[in-house]
Design a binder for this molecule. Structure first.
Ligand code: LLP
Length: 430
């Protein structure tokens, strides 16, 4: 929840953003607890409203995995979708119950699978090698699995974040389903709970998820002919959010209504009893809940062409513009009522011309020391952050009711060198 306070400053969660920057430094990720919690509840309540069977929302922690975020998702009753041993470890350390942890990934290592088996998490199996490995290494333990299948559904989003089309690296090809069901049904130590599909990310259309329901319910029918009692359907995530005014995604309620109704209708028409319905949003839970605050530094005016305003971060804390040409909105936190009189380009501080956070944005007149805030940076910013140019990763604070708690410490130069080793013969010449 963003407001403007008496100092004409931007406040998030009741905390003055410029004061937060004085206190915690910049760049700073500022995560608004209420927004995250509200989004969790909207999903949960919409499923209760539009899906008569049982349901479970999972938070796709690839969007932002850390202890505090997992703990909030957990306290809102959500499970966690993890895609690596690291995310799995984080969810476990945050106290998430293993039966609410679902482990994805198209090339999980044996060690990662063993970690998931030892903790009795559900493994979303992606491919043949994995299912054979699981049958082998589960031994006498029964491992809960789901099968990820490529649904063959196209959607309009950036090419890099489309996953539903047949030419995707993820999941079993639907043509292989007979062989997969037959194999799984013969493994006494694999308990096949359900089926999973994910179409893509930052999707504004409702149609793809409405098309997904009948496709998946068909698969359910097929599974039962192999004697598999499949009780869960996971329809993935993918609902888009508003980064700029041009973005117009459906609401969480509308999205859930469309996707859930499609499953209900397909089950009714095929006489199949309702499975437990899972979905696993990431971006639409956390994207709008965070802003990144930067301190403005140098300015370069290229006469008649462009004014560059440089901030103290960039592609290392938000790699989305350079990776996907993503667009963002920004504000000057200490000049909230000033007229937006200038057109400027917000540049990062990295040694790369492409390190531009926002091209041609209207903002108030800016001077060095101003606090520039980029909005809606909760998803795939911290989680994709790097140390490029050896920039320490920013701190993150969780804000609520005027209180700010540090949830990620700012990295230090010592942190940067933590993994560095100098062989003795090089040390001698130092
Ligand atoms: N489930 C699966 C299997 C996924 O692969 C993903 C996202 C999600 C759920 C969550 O999707 P969401 O609700 O967040 O759209 N780095 C890119 C996004 C990559 C998405 C990868 N998979 C970006 O910054 O736009």
């Amino acid at each position: 929840t963003a407001t403007v306070n008496e100092q004409d400053d931007l406040a998030i969660g009741g905390c003055d953003v410029t004061t937060l920057v004085e206190q915690f430094g910049s760049p700073l990720y500022i995560l608004d607890e209420d927004t995250l919690r509200t989004n969790c509840r909207l999903y949960r309540e919409a499923l209760q409203e539009y899906y008569p069977g049982s349901s479970q929302v999972l938070y796709a922690s690839k969007a932002w995995s850390c202890l505090a975020v997992c703990a909030i998702a957990k306290s809102e009753g959500l499970g966690i979708d993890v895609v690596s041993g690291g995310e799995l470890y984080t969810a476990l350390q945050a106290g998430v119950s293993p039966d609410k942890i679902y482990f994805h990934g198209n090339n999980k290592s044996k060690a990662e699978l063993e970690l998931a088996i030892a903790n009795e998490c559900t493994i979303v199996v992606d491919n043949w090698l994995e299912i054979e490995t699981l049958a082998q290494i589960s031994g006498t333990k029964t491992t809960k699995v789901m099968l990820r299948v490529t649904p063959g559904i196209e959607c309009h989003t950036h090419e890099y974040i489309r996953t539903g089309h047949l030419d995707s690296k993820f999941g079993f090809d639907p043509n292989q389903l007979d062989a997969v069901f037959s194999f799984v049904s013969q493994q006494p130590n694999l308990n096949c709970l359900g089926l999973h599909a994910h179409i893509g990310s930052q999707i504004f259309e409702r149609q793809p998820h409405q098309d997904l329901g009948p496709v998946m319910v068909d698969w359910l029918g097929k599974a039962s002919s192999y004697g598999l009692e499949i009780s869960e359907l996971n329809i993935g995530g993918g609902l888009g959010i508003c980064y700029t005014q041009a973005d117009d995604p459906p609401s969480i309620q509308e999205w859930v209504k469309g996707a859930a109704t499609a499953v209900v209708n397909a089950c009714q028409s095929q006489g199949i009893s309702l499975p437990k319905l899972l979905c696993e949003p990431g971006r639409s839970l956390i994207g709008s809940a965070c802003v990144t605050a930067y301190t403005v530094g140098s300015t370069k005016v290229v006469p008649e062409i462009r004014t560059y305003i440089a901030v103290d971060g960039g592609m290392s804390d938000n790699p989305r513009p350079i990776t996907y040409q993503s667009q963002y909105r920004a504000l000057i936190a200490n000049k909230m009522s000033a007229p937006h009189s200038e057109t400027v380009t917000i540049a990062g501080k990295h040694c790369e011309s492409g390190d531009i956070l926002i091209k041609d944005i209207q903002l108030p007149q800016i001077v060095a020391g101003d606090t520039l805030v980029v909005m809606a940076t909760g998803a795939y910013n911290y989680s994709m952050a790097s140390n490029y140019n050896r920039l320490p990763r920013p701190a993150a604070v969780l804000v609520k009711n005027g209180e700010a708690n540090l949830i990620l410490q700012r990295e230090t130069y010592t942190d940067l060198l933590r993994q560095d080793l100098l062989p003795q013969r090089l040390n001698e010449v130092r």
